[in-house]
Design a protein around this ligand. Structure first.
Ligand code: GLA
Length: 386
């Protein structure tokens, strides 16, 4: 009897029901931060790609495959605490292999464009693949988004996935064996942090980024034109009609590129009187971030009024390419067969300026033996009432 009384009072104290599963404990178990690995599928060359599901104590999840380091899914709560996916993505590995416009992918060696696929370094000219009109884009034909990375899960309060890849001397035309390490960390405070490191054995150029397409409505319910954007930038990197920088910077004041104050993305996106808008078919430009130094600085804030979701982007990079999915046309069908249409997402690709290898006045993207390329970006989610 004494035994039973003690047992019952213990059960009451912990809120458990005798002989059935304890719901509060179950919730605690589900909320325990961690990382699970499953087989994602087979690549055409027979290699196996894995899927890693990171989850934090707050309930946020990030699903990442070691094929292309792709973020396959990322959930964030709305103002009522409902978790939904805030990215565009595919249902299966086959979907990614078939081809997407870099959904969720790691991009390298050079995120963005290099004019005519050529650059000269230490007097030697290198020729890269031309895969975007007359230019080189996002690392070439088989960029870092299409290779299998080695993956190491790192358990902890803030679960992480460390990905490594060695890009061979001459791969896609770039000089030097480049050792790359990218770590995704799902932080306690509903932030996904990406840390990039690289070293080389010959002088080369590096500009790594991630190409996630965000739609904060959750489940990509509609286009992103009502998302409200703030960019910490007073200057744009204007481009020519092939989206290669002119070499000058352009103050954003008084133009459709001024996001220094919170502004709906759709407000000026179709301003056909603006040459830069015409060239980009909307927004597809690099903004120079204000502030200097190697520490993380606020680059962008995005607010989606109906869900209340807010995303803040912090980076150590000097620029951010803001792209509004202008080339999406509904031909790529994503999760659950959903056609991703024009402007159904936005990308905030933190990086150095486009075509820096050919622009002596831009911050340098050259990496030499003995140096370590370091870059970090944090995408943090929260909510606001209005
Ligand atoms: C980047 C480019 C765009 C487009 C997308 C992928 O954001 O700047 O022009 O190529 O990648 O479709």
């Amino acid at each position: 009897m004494k035994f039973l009384t003690q047992f019952l009072s213990l059960a009451l104290l912990t809120g458990c029901v005798v002989m059935t599963s304890c719901s509060s404990n179950k919730e605690t178990a589900e909320q325990k931060p961690g990382i699970e690995k499953t087989v994602y599928g087979q690549l055409p060359n027979g290699q196996t790609a894995d899927l890693y599901k990171l989850h934090n104590a707050a309930g946020m999840t990030a699903q990442i495959t070691n094929y292309g380091g792709i973020i396959v899914g990322l959930t964030a709560p709305d103002r009522n605490g409902k978790f939904e996916d805030v990215t565009l993505g595919m249902d299966s590995l086959a979907g990614y292999v078939k081809g997407t416009p870099y959904f969720g992918a790691l991009v390298g060696r050079y995120g963005n464009r290099i004019a005519k696929g050529k650059f000269t370094l230490d007097g030697k000219t290198y020729t890269l693949a031309v895969n975007n009109m007359v230019n080189h884009l996002h690392g070439g034909l088989v960029g870092f988004d299409k290779v299998l990375w080695n993956a190491t899960p790192v358990e902890g309060d803030e679960p992480a996935l460390k990905l490594t890849y060695t890009s061979k001397d001459g791969e896609e035309g770039y000089p030097g064996n480049l050792s790359v390490e990218v770590t995704y960390t799902l932080q306690k405070d509903n932030a996904l942090r990406i840390d990039y490191l690289a070293t080389t054995d010959k002088p080369t150029v590096v500009n790594l980024t991630n190409h996630t397409y965000f739609n904060l409505t959750g489940g990509a319910k509609r286009d992103v034109l009502d998302h409200v954007l703030t960019l910490n930038s007073g200057n744009l990197v204007p481009v020519d009609n092939t989206l290669i920088p002119t070499g000058k910077l352009m103050p954003v004041a008084g133009t459709p590129f001024d996001f220094t104050q919170p502004t709906p993305i759709g407000k000026r996106i179709n301003d056909s009187t603006d040459t830069q808008i015409k060239y980009g078919l909307g927004y597809d430009h690099a903004w120079v971030l204000d502030g200097t130094g190697d520490s993380l600085k606020l680059a962008a804030t995005v607010f989606e009024p109906t869900s209340g979701r807010v995303m803040e982007v912090r980076t150590t990079e000097p620029a951010v390419q803001f792209y509004t999915g202008n080339f999406l046309d509904g031909t790529v069908t994503g999760r659950e067969g959903f056609p991703y249409k024009k402007r159904y997402a936005l990308c905030l690709e933190t990086e150095h300026y486009p075509d820096s290898p050919n622009q002596p006045n831009f911050p340098s993207t050259v990496l030499r033996p003995g140096q370590t390329y370091k870059s970090s970006t944090v995408y943090q989610f929260s909510t606001r009432k209005e």
